[in-house]
Each structure stands twice: as structure tokens, then as C-alpha cells.
Design a protein around this ligand. Structure first.
Ligand code: NAP
Ligand code: ZN
Ligand code: ZN
Length: 349
């Protein structure tokens, strides 16, 4: 077994504390990764507080935005070698047999993929533990290659915030001539801005926080709308082809946001609040609008996203913290005071 140092929530809603545990020795197709950096996703907060009611097991070591270097490889690993710069995102396995897995859409695995933390391993051997730790063992098929020109600390958040916004932007054909709006300028939102811009769209940020305007424009947005001003919704009605909703709360008047879509426009929710969104169908049926959801992205698409970011030099804005600062960082994320992704320096654990 591999001795591992991490940070865990021992129980739901409790502060995270140092936690030592063991990981499996590598199997034939496993890669052992020395974790250098781990991003903090708002999903880690939802999960450690058990806000979605998944009843996931504790102690829980969160973290699914992992960047590191290969320490060793199993005897049959062909894709990676010692010293490679690699990443791990939200999944570490899937059934590999269902129709969606066969079409390389493991994020939509029908029996359910194995999450990087809080999931039962497929062989029943234990519960997965995530990236707020110094080492992880992952099957090579769920390991990603980080382009040489991206630093490991800025690459880490791409493994969730990057792919979760890239996938719907890609699926709904973002490109020149398309008007895209992003709800919420946090970890996911700021990646959506950068990616949509690089894909050639005209980008608008819809934010409840007025003082994020300057940042939004610096990040590449063409426009910024402060959503606490009611008139914004009237003045910009029927404006957008696509809206990506990254807001972590359900405390939104969805009718206002649907009104911003053009005829046949689509609002995609990637934000995963603890409560249901409330919606009357009128704003949808009046303009034949679509309401959709999207979950992370496939392994193939994640590699494509990383290569796209490498090619266009797209990286998140990060605030590097030490492991001891995680609980303070969680408090700031909850106050919408993250500019724009916390990344933990796991070398300091
Ligand atoms: P984050 O960094 O906290 O950003 C969320 C942003 O939402 C905040 O910065 C804030 O932006 C806005 N917001 C928060 N509370 C709000 C409220 N009450 N009303 C209006 N706006 C509010 O979180 P994140 O890491 O980007 O994650 C966002 C959500 O996506 C979370 O629910 C997370 O669990 C989910 N997620 C889903 C997937 C998926 O596969 N679908 C993957 C990863 C994460 P402004 O200050 O600009 O308004
Ligand atoms: Zn995430
Ligand atoms: Zn499957």
C-alpha cells in the first residue's frame, strides 16, 4: 500500500483536517502520480457538506482538479512514463461497456462512472479519495496529458472548471457570430469567458457582483451586465444564442435569464445548487427556447480541451494557497469572493 497524506472532512459540514490514509499499490494499468497542485471546485464544498444528499461516505478527501508528475507505472501501462506531466479530473473509471462508454462519453456512463472521490471502486475494494493529497493511483485511461507550455498549477483547474465549460460551449457550437452569456463569474464562469472568447464568440458576463466588471473585461468579455439591476433584463431581451449558467445557488429568477435568449436559444445549466431551480414554462414556450444541462466532459474531450488551452495559451486566474488555508478558501468561495480559482500547493502538505 502507498502511504498518503491528505486533507479530509471527517464528517459532513465539518472543517477539513489533516488526514493520513493508504492507496492501493499500482495494478498493471495504473499510474502513480505525485500530486503537485489541486484546485478547489465549488462541488468540493457541496460534497463535503453533503448538500446534494448523495450520502457519500466520510472521511472524504475532496479534489478533482489534479495536476502532477508520474512517479511509477504499472507493468502494462503504455500511455505514460515516469516523469510525465499529467492531470486527473472528476472521474477515475467507468463501466466501459454501456452504450455511452462505448461512444467515449464516460461522463454519461449509464450505471454511473467512478468519481475521483466519494465513489465505491468498481471492484468493491474501497472508496475513492481525491486530490487534496500528495499521491494518487489512477488507471491510465483516466489520466490526461498536460501540454508542455502550461504550468501545473494553472493546468489543475482545467480538469474540472475547464472541461465543464468547454464541453457545452463545444456541443452548442460556439464560434464566430455567436453571442454567448455566462452567468456567474467564479471558477467555471471565468473559464467559460476565456474559452468562449477563444472560440470566437461575442461574450457577455451576467454577474451579481458589480465590482467584477473590470475583471470580466480583462478576462476577455465584451460586455458586463450587473444582474442586480432589474432593467438589464429588459434592455437585453432576445440577445443571446447560448447562456451558460455556472451559478452555484438556486436563488435566481430563471424567467429573467430565459428572457435574454433569442428565439431557439439555449440556456445550459452546469451549476449544481443544493435546491431545485424554479421555472415557469412560459419564457421557454414563447420563444421556443431550450433548457439543457451538461456534466463535465469525456476523457477524449478533456484531452482536446487541454490541447486547445495549450495552443491558445488559456489558463485560469489562480490564487495559490497552502493546505492549511483550505477552510478559509472555502469560506471565500461561499461569499463569491474567489478571483477566480483557489489552487492548493500539495507540495506543502
Ligand atoms: P464558484 O467559483 O463559487 O462560482 C459560482 C459563481 O456563482 C460565484 O462566483 C457568483 O458569481 C455566482 N453566485 C454565487 N451565489 C450566487 C447567488 N446566490 N446568486 C447569483 N449568483 C451567485 O463555483 P464554481 O466552482 O465555478 O462552480 C459553480 C457551480 O458549478 C457549482 O454549483 C458546482 O458544483 C457546479 N459544477 C458543476 C459541474 C458539472 O459537471 N455540471 C462541474 C463543476 C462544478 P458572481 O459574483 O459573478 O455572480
Ligand atoms: Zn468540479
Ligand atoms: Zn458506462
Amino acid at each position: 500500500m502507498i502511504q498518503t497524506k491528505g486533507i479530509a472532512a471527517l464528517k459532513a459540514k465539518e472543517a477539513l483536517v489533516p488526514y493520513s490514509f493508504e492507496r492501493r499499490d499500482p495494478k498493471e494499468h495504473d499510474v502513480v502520480i505525485d500530486i503537485k497542485y489541486s484546485g478547489i471546485c465549488h462541488s468540493d464544498i457541496h460534497m463535503t457538506r453533503d448538500e446534494w444528499g448523495f450520502g457519500s461516505p466520510f472521511p472524504m478527501v475532496p479534489g478533482h482538479e489534479i495536476a502532477g508528475v508520474v512517479r511509477t507505472v504499472g507493468s502494462k501501462v503504455t500511455k505514460y512514463k515516469v516523469g510525465d506531466r499529467v492531470g486527473v479530473g472528476c472521474m477515475v473509471d467507468s463501466c466501459r461497456e454501456c452504450a455511452h462508454c462505448k461512444e467515449e462519453m464516460e461522463q454519461y456512463c449509464i450505471p454511473g462512472n467512478t468519481l475521483t472521490y466519494g465513489s465505491l471502486e468498481r471492484d468493491g475494494s474501497g472508496i475513492t479519495q481525491g486530490g487534496y493529497s500528495d499521491v494518487i493511483v489512477v488507471n491510465e485511461d483516466f489520466v490526461l496529458r498536460i501540454p508542455d507550455n502550461l504550468s501545473l498549477e494553472t493546468a489543475a483547474p482545467l480538469l474540472c472548471a475547464g472541461i465543464t465549460t468547454y464541453s457545452p460551449l463545444n456541443h452548442w457550437k460556439t464560434g464566430p457570430g455567436k453571442k454567448v452569456a455566462v452567468m456567474g463569474l467564479g471558477g467555471l464562469g471565468h473559464m467559460a469567458v476565456k474559452l468562449a472568447k477563444a472560440m470566437g464568440a461575442e461574450v457577455t458576463v451576467l454577474s451579481q457582483t458589480a465590482n467584477k466588471k473590470e475583471d470580466a473585461i480583462k478576462l476577455g468579455a465584451d460586455h458586463f451586465l450587473h444582474t442586480k439591476l432589474k432593467e438589464v433584463f429588459k434592455e437585453n431581451a432576445l440577445s443571446f444564442d447560448l447562456i451558460i449558467n455556472t451559478v452555484s445557488s438556486a436563488d435566481l429568477n430563471m424567467a429573467d435569464y430565459f428572457g435574454l435568449l433569442k428565439l431557439d436559444g439555449t440556456l445550459v445549466s452546469v451549476g449544481a445548487p443544493d435546491k431545485p431551480l424554479s421555472l415557469h414554462p412560459f419564457p421557454l414556450l414563447m420563444m421556443r427556447r431550450n433548457f439543457a444541462g451538461s456534466a463535465i466532459g469525456s476523457i477524449k474531450e478533456t484531452q482536446e480541451m487541454l490541447d486547445f488551452c495549450g495552443k491558445h495559451n488559456i489558463t485560469p486566474e489562480i490564487e495559490l494557497i497552502e493546505p492549511s488555508q483550505v477552510n478559509d478558501a472555502y469560506a471565500r468561495v461561499l461569499k463569491s469572493d474567489v478571483r477566480y480559482r483557489f489552487v492548493i500547493d500539495m507540495g506543502k502538505i
